[in-house]
Design a protein around this ligand. Structure first.
Ligand SMILES: [Zn+2]
Length: 251
C-alpha cells in the first residue's frame, strides 16, 4: 500500500515535470517574436560579421528611410526582379519598375507611417525620377542620405535580396566609416548582420547610409507579399519590427 502510494506520487511528479517542460517550450516559443519574424522573412545572412553597436542615440534623432533602387531603374542596378518573375515567369507587380523597388516603396511608406505614430522623428525621400545616371547627382538617394547623415541624422536604405544562390539573406549592412550604434545593433539582432566590408563597401555604406536587406525576394515572403489576403499584414509586421528596433536604440 505504501509502495503504491509512493509510485503514484512518483508518476504524478513525472507527468507534472513533463507537462511543465513542454508548456515552457511552447510558451517561450510563442513569446519569441524573432522566431516569427524569421519565419516570415526567411533565412538571414550567415556571413561572418563581428561588429557590435552599443551607443544609444538621442530620442529625437531625425531618421530617413530610402527605398533601394528608386533612382536606378536603368539596365544596371534596378534591383532584383524576384523569384516569382525571374524563375516562375509571373507578371511583375508594376512593369515600369523592378519588383524589388515595388516592395521597397511599399515598406518605406509603411515604416514611416508606423514610425510617426510611435513618435519617431522619421521621414522618407523619393527622388521620383526613376533613373539618374550619376550617383552623385544631388537628387539621388545616396546624395540626399549622405547629406542627411552629415547633418546629424540616421539614414537607412531598404532592400530585398536576390533569390536562391544569388542572394545572401536578411541583415543590416553597417556604415563604412562610422561605429555602428544601438539602432544598428537592434536591427542586426532581428534581421541578421553583414560584415562592414561586404563587397568591398557598397555605395550607400560608404556614405554612412545603412542598408537593411529585409529578406530574399523568394518563397513564402514573396508569396505573402503578392497574396492580397496577406500583403498588408506582412508589410505591417516587418515595419513594426523595424520601428521597434529604432525605438530600442534611442534614449
Ligand atoms: Zn536591392
Amino acid at each position: 500500500m505504501v509502495k503504491n502510494k509512493f509510485l503514484n506520487t512518483l508518476t504524478i511528479s513525472f507527468f507534472f515535470i513533463l507537462f511543465y517542460t513542454f508548456s515552457q517550450i511552447f510558451y517561450t516559443k510563442n513569446l519569441n517574436f524573432n522566431d516569427d519574424l524569421q519565419i516570415i522573412i526567411g533565412e538571414e545572412s550567415k556571413l561572418n560579421a563581428i561588429w557590435v553597436g552599443s551607443k544609444y542615440l538621442d530620442k529625437n534623432i531625425p531618421i530617413l528611410i530610402l527605398a533601394g533602387h528608386a533612382d536606378s531603374q536603368g539596365m544596371a542596378g534596378a534591383g532584383t526582379p524576384g523569384e516569382a518573375v525571374d524563375k516562375f515567369g509571373l507578371n511583375p507587380m508594376d512593369p515600369a519598375i523592378s519588383d524589388e523597388l515595388f516592395w521597397n516603396l511599399k515598406l518605406q511608406e509603411s515604416i514611416v507611417k508606423i514610425g510617426k505614430k510611435k513618435g519617431l522623428n522619421i521621414r522618407s525621400y523619393d527622388p521620383r525620377i526613376r533613373n539618374i545616371d550619376d550617383a552623385n547627382d544631388p537628387r539621388t538617394n545616396w546624395s540626399v542620405g549622405k547629406k542627411f547623415v552629415k547633418d546629424g541624422g540616421y539614414a537607412m536604405e531598404i532592400h530585398f535580396d536576390a533569390y536562391g544562390k544569388y542572394g545572401v539573406g536578411s541583415g543590416l549592412i553597417p556604415p563604412f566609416f562610422e561605429m555602428p550604434n544601438k539602432i544598428d545593433e537592434s536591427l542586426a539582432r532581428k534581421f541578421g548582420r553583414y560584415p562592414v566590408l561586404f563587397r568591398g563597401g557598397l555605395g550607400a555604406p560608404r556614405r554612412q547610409i545603412r542598408i537593411l536587406e529585409i529578406g530574399k525576394l523568394e518563397g513564402s515572403l514573396e508569396k505573402n507579399l503578392r497574396n492580397l489576403k496577406t500583403r498588408q499584414r506582412t508589410i505591417n509586421l516587418i515595419s513594426i519590427e523595424i520601428v521597434k528596433a529604432f525605438l530600442s536604440g534611442i534614449i
